[in-house]
Write a protein that binds this ligand. Structure first.
Ligand code: KPL
Length: 302
C-alpha cells in the first residue's frame, strides 16, 4: 500500500480503468488504484495497445479506508456501482479534489452531491473500445475519443492529453453527455440482444432497426433543446458504429457473461424523459422490453 502524494487515483479496474491506468503510468504519472471495499488487487496487469505492444504495469493499491486526501479521481466503475464507490472514499474528498466520472449511463447528480464533499465534478465521455481477456489483461480494440469537461480547462489537462490519445477538453459538456447516452442507447442493447459486433448494426438485417432507434433519439435530443447535437446525431451514431465496428459493446459482453447490465442507466433515462413529456418512442420501448425478456431468459439480472 502506498502513502505518498499521488497524481491520480482510479476506482473501478475493468477494461477502461485498466487502459487509463496503463496510459497514465506509461506517461510517468503516479497512479494508485482503489480496490472496492473488501477486495484485493493483483500486483500487476497487462495492456495490449492498438499498435500491438504488450506491456505490464505494476498496480499500486491504496486502501480506500485511509484518510489521505484524494486530489484527482477517475471513477471507471459500472454505473450501478458509482454511488457506493464514492460513498466508500467520500471521507478522502474535499473542495480541492476533482472527481471525473468515466462511466457509461446517466447518474442523478443529486445522488452524488452529498458524497463528493464539495469536490469539482467532471465527466469523461469515452468511446474507445477495450475488452478484458482476463481479470488483469485488457486489449484496446479501437481508438475512440475521451471528452472531458465541463468548465475551465484545468492545468493538469495538457499532461493528461499527452498520456491519453484521443482526449479533448469540452467547456460545455452537457449536450455531449446526452449525445453519448444516446449513442450507447442505440448500440449497447441492440448488440447485446443480437449478440453481434458493433459493426454488424450496419448489416441489412439490423440496419433498419438501428435507424428507427436513431430517429427516435434524434427527436428526443431536439426536444431537450440540443439542436446541434440532434442535427448531427444520425451521422455521429453511424460514425461510432463504424469506428468501433470490431468491438463487442460493454453491454453485449456483460449480457453474454451473465453479469448485471447498465440497461437501467442507459435506456431507462430516455423512456423516463419521453414519458414525462408524453412523447411516443415505440422503438425504444420495444427495445427495452425485448432486452429485459432476453436477459431474463439468459441471466438473473433484474
Ligand atoms: O461505449 C461503448 C460501450 O461499449 O459501452 C461503445 C462506444 C458502444 C463502444 O463499444
Amino acid at each position: 500500500m502506498i502513502k505518498t502524494a499521488i497524481d491520480w487515483h482510479i476506482i473501478g479496474f475493468g477494461a477502461v480503468g485498466q487502459l487509463l491506468h496503463g496510459q497514465l503510468q506509461a506517461a510517468g504519472l503516479s497512479v494508485a488504484v482503489l480496490p472496492r471495499t473488501g477486495r484485493t488487487l493483483a500486483t500487476e496487469h497487462t495492456v495490449h495497445s492498438l499498435q500491438g505492444d504488450i506491456k505490464r504495469y505494476a498496480i499500486a493499491a491504496t486502501d480506500p479506508s485511509h484518510n489521505d486526501p484524494i486530489r484527482r479521481l477517475l471513477v471507471c466503475t459500472k454505473s450501478f456501482h458509482v454511488t457506493q464507490a464514492l460513498a466508500d472514499i467520500s471521507h478522502r474528498l474535499n473542495e480541492s479534489s476533482e472527481v471525473i466520472l468515466v462511466n457509461n449511463g446517466m447518474i442523478d447528480r443529486a445522488n452524488l452531491t452529498p458524497l463528493i464533499q464539495g469536490a469539482r465534478l467532471l465527466f469523461g465521455l469515452n468511446t474507445s473500445g477495450a475488452y478484458r481477456v482476463d481479470d488483469y489483461e485488457v486489449v484496446q480494440a479501437g481508438q475512440g475519443q475521451l471528452r472531458l469537461g465541463p468548465g475551465a480547462e484545468p492545468d493538469w489537462f495538457g499532461r493528461f492529453q499527452a498520456a491519453v490519445p484521443g482526449s479533448s477538453w469540452i467547456v460545455d459538456i452537457e449536450p455531449y453527455r446526452w449525445q453519448k447516452l444516446a449513442v450507447n442507447a442505440v448500440i449497447n442493447p441492440l448488440t447485446a440482444l443480437h449478440n453481434c459486433l458493433n459493426g454488424d448494426l450496419e448489416l441489412e438485417r439490423h440496419s433498419a432497426q438501428t435507424q428507427d432507434l436513431i430517429d427516435e433519439l434524434t427527436m428526443l435530443l431536439a426536444h431537450q433543446g440540443f439542436a446541434e447535437i440532434a442535427q448531427t446525431f444520425n451521422q455521429e451514431c453511424w460514425r461510432v458504429i463504424r469506428q468501433t465496428s470490431q468491438n463487442r459493446s460493454s453491454m453485449n459482453q456483460d449480457a453474454a457473461q451473465h453479469r448485471p447490465t447498465e440497461i437501467e442507466f442507459i435506456l431507462k433515462p430516455w423512456l423516463r424523459y419521453a414519458g414525462e413529456h408524453q412523447l411516443a418512442v415505440p422503438n425504444l420501448t420495444q427495445l427495452y422490453d425485448l432486452f429485459r425478456a432476453h436477459v431474463s431468459l439468459t441471466n438473473k439480472d433484474t
